[in-house]
Design a protein around this ligand. Sequence first.
Ligand SMILES: [Zn+2]
Length: 914
Amino acid sequence: MHHRSRAPKVLGVGITAVLGLVLAAPPALAGPAADPDPVPGLVSGQDTAAPQLVTGLAEPAPGDPAAAALAHLAAHPDRYRIDPGQLAEIGAERTADGRRTVRFQQYHGGIPVLGAQYLVHLTGEGAEQRVESVGGKYFTGLTAPTTPAVPAGTLRNLALGSLTDRRARAGATAEDHGQVILPGGTGRLAQHFTLRGTDPDTGGPLVREVYLDATAGAIALAHDARTPYTAGDGTTAPTAAATARAEAGAEPATGTAPDAFGRSVKVNIGRLPDGSYQLTDLTRPATIATHDAAGRDYNDFRGGIPADSLPARSPGPDFPASTGSSGATDAHLNAAAVYDFYRDRLGRDGLDGKGGPITSVVNVTNGGAPFPNAFWDGKKMVYGDGGTTYHPFSVALDVAGHEMTHGVIEHTADLVYVGQPGAMNEALADYFGNAIEVTARGMSMSDPKAALLGESLCRTGTPEDCAQRRLDDRRTTVDDYLGAGGGVDNGGVHLNSTIIGGALWDIRRTLDPLTADRLVYRALADYLTPLDDFVDGRNAVLAAGRSLKLTRDQLRTVAAAFDAHGIRAGWENRLGLDSRTLLRDASTPVAPAAANGRWVMTNSDPAGKTPTALYTGSTTAPDAPTRISPEDGRLHGWAATDGRSAAWLAIGPDAQGAWGMEVLTRPLSGGPVRSLFRSSTQQPSDVQISGDDVAYKVTDFATGRSRLHLSHNGAPAVELPLPDGHDLSGVTLKDGVLGWSETWTVGEKRVSAPTVYSIAAGKVTAQYLVGDPSGSTGTEATSTVLAGGRLLWVETPGDRTKRSSIRSGALDGSGVTDVLSGTSPYAPSWTTITASDRAVTFAAPGSKPAGGWTNAALPKLWQLPLTGGTPERLSCNRGGQEKAAADQGTRVIWLDATAGRTDLVVRNRPAGSC
Ligand SMILES: [Zn+2]
């Protein structure tokens, strides 16, 4: 989706905020680094005093497992730093060899903490019961308030307001899931909503999980809902809804049905009281039912099943040809094969572990067009028809195993579907998908097809060309990790999955397959927790290996597989960046600002002990960032700077507890904080500062009307007149000149005009109309910037097959020139710009190539002279480069995602070609 609104955006901290939360640095190993035992005895936690993992215990803990586990944690406050009163048991499962894992959810003031689960592993029975190991995520620094400062209705409106495209917002709904504490530092009280609507660019569904900071009223975390089989197409969300509709009174029977290739196969079916039959397998504890959507839109099956959709029917026990061509027979057999693998090999009774129904829906389309994908929707599998290029997606047992394993993961480690935890979620689904297929088909691990995923889906071509991913691609963290921002593939959940999926597959090749399957399953079911990263995954697998009594040699083999894929503590530090880091692991990645050798940006303090504040530092010399916002419990950010002072927004309750938004300024060197504007019904944004002048936009929540406020020479702010019906965006301010992009409607057409206003003259001195009231292109001017004595802007054609131009106009209205023509091979399809008096830097937002994401396709920054020329790459860092701010000359700062977290970095000049 194209987000054309210009940052800073008060109501959209943005999806990359999630990276600061879940892409935490790996835990440091405690104890001697040269320990020859590959299983760490103690791994300390990140952002918490509670350990991530403690192994090698044998401490008596008799009695009821949950009570014994809790008593054990309570008995060792110095070791675990856990308050047992904040834990609630969410499951105690017995493993095949008689161990028990007790899984606890952490609460803070009665509110669940997102992804915070702590596990206790017990061995033995009765009086002989002992604690063997303990670990997970428990956050010790939480002091966040537990009552919201923002009214519930306002939070819902703010959540919907995060859909910045007006077309997406129209008709969108917000489902309220209640309160949750987001971990990290002091924690943040958030309200969790699921937004559902239509993606205006693709016409496909838009489903986003959004967490509103209930103290500040800003987006704290947002990501797309989960798990299509391939990246990019079709998202879905779980909701409580109908699953199987196996009719009462059906009796187990057997019959025949054609498979997708027309071969007649034996199937388990249900005989109904009226003598007809349905595709319901009643021979296992879990009822397996298979529906034929008969080409209906996949949206009809998201979350629920329409009342008129029943399992595939037949008047007699021999099912008709459509049962095969729809993919129903294959889905039915594959669901049973997946169930049998988990039960016979791993001792698990179905996806939920309790024999719950297993439902598949086949033959869905994308509004009548082919739907070459499959997904687990939280309750069931949904398979696309495949169209003319692919077979029905249910024919591939590895794809069925992949989708159903997402269901197993949801009932065990529940890995959050973002960044490294999300990539591990995908990796585990790939591992078991392939393991199930290889086992059921009797394939050798050395068969070249064993490591391929979805290789049998294509109607033509080789398996290698057809495969969506391969677990033998030998990718490593240091050489291949693609640090994607949150906007790309949910932070790289498919892009990076084979790095750890490949390590797991190597373990299956080098140990025997059965031992490997038990090992990986135990890590999933008994050691992993929702926020775990790759290194946590390594530690979980090794701890599971110790509990399975793997030999020391076997454990070394396991460790070597992770080593071969670069999954070891500290891998992020070996990536070889060509930029210098100013601020590591920014907690709240809103756009930074820079000028005259200074940067300004929002962050938590280095120890994570206080709420989000505004910091400043030097762009040229290493120094310790200093805080410039007051310590008042509010969220401070969306800053601008002229290198001497900063202007920014503070959001949250004031000393009397009344929620509002305020515009503040302060010299970077310290001194008094000045308030220019405060309101609880009007939203300030686009704050700009130059010398003693400050400008910002104010939008009325109720009417949506925007106005521009200007404080000149330190005087109280006044509203600048704007013609009725005119709206503005992209405020820029420099040396007594204001600029913006003004939009209004002429007849049916929307027009857009970069506008220059002289503060001294008190009037508009230039206005360049770019939208053509008589034409149909709807060209839009955005991203206005004053630099080098001119006004620069981006012109984006309404026709999305055309590229954007970067243009500049004289301040007196005397003419426009191209900085980068839309016909240049370097012109991006849409972009935002930042400029110094010498150079303009633009973002080339990533767009997914047909063959899948690559490093080159991720968001990158380019720079060219203000007078025009050939753009050069600003940095050759692998991974996403976003939210650039020009400093002086060719120096630029930006947010870099290369290291799997968000760092504020700087370069003095472009890198050239990469
Ligand atoms: Zn998946």
